[in-house]
Design a protein around this ligand. Sequence first.
Ligand SMILES: [Fe+2]
Length: 376
Amino acid sequence: MSNFMLHLPVRVVGGIDCIRQNSHWMKPLGKRALIVTGKHSAKSCGAYDDVIAALTECSIEYELFDEVMQNPYASVCQKGAAKAREWNADFIIAIGGGSPLDAAKAMAILARNPMESAELYQYHYPNGALPLVFVGTTAGTGSEISPFAIISNDETGEKKSIAHDYCYGTIAYCDPKYTYSLPYNFTVSTALDAFAHAVECYFNRNANEVTDLFAIRGAQLVLGALRAIEGKEQNEITPDQRANLFYGSLYAGVPLAHNGTAFCHPMGYFLSEEYGVTHGRACTVYMPEFLRRSQKLMPQKAAVLFQALGLSCEEICEFLTRINNFTPFELSKDKIEALLKRWDGCKNFVCSPEGYTVEEARKVMYSIYRPGDKLE
Ligand SMILES: [Fe+2]
């Protein structure tokens, strides 16, 4: 058994109707809550009504901030933080996928520590942060149990991650029923993100036996369900398949919170920022390279995972490529070189097996985005 550290300071409550059945955990957090959501989905999936009922049961007053967009900008976090201060919120409840949850994490810090958005990355938060309650309504990000908040720069659109213990929730309510109405394409994309979390954190220099347990189980549940739902309509996806995707994503969140992701994640960000490719699909573009390289460098560890998944490395690559259905487009040399510069020294490269080099990334980028060009 290798050395390990397990830090998960969030009460994770899972199951159908878990908010209504466990609302009492919110009582110690205070009397006034700011609810943070996107525009529609928190209400349409039923989570908002459950939260309101739970707060009412606990005699907690609430105010709604429903302005969080996809890939939230720092400015919306500032706006939500100002509202939390104005409303004198004791805590924040975020309902949604990664975007409202991540934005709420930044708001919780900014509400107690008014500062410029750029200062968030200096990690000096002398006044602490408001407590956070999370209600996840998608199956993929793992944000419910991670200390990361990915926030977009208002001027450049560039996504940058805040990693701090103040981003951990006090409670995460995890009810898979909120995912029942998610469309097929969205379901696949978020599941691919969860699978990427599991395997990028498994083949990772920060991995240990405990995080491996969660990574393997997470990958198993997500890949099994993904294979079962391939090509289905939204209403043909069963509650069991939804639950496997949801809990698989949650399990994959444990190694994510501890190890961080490897090179597929940063190499996917530009596809989301500039070309509208959803996050899970963007990361999956590099998954065949990641899996084949990991198998080569860590054959024994790879054999354990692939046996648990019941597929060979090549079978997994083939499946992921098919379900991802990404059509590469041409990038200029200048663009590729600028991206490589951005990734130089990137910690996700460093924590990939044996460290991933910019030179390796250059080869992959040319083979995907300039397939006719020969690299020396
Ligand atoms: Fe991700």
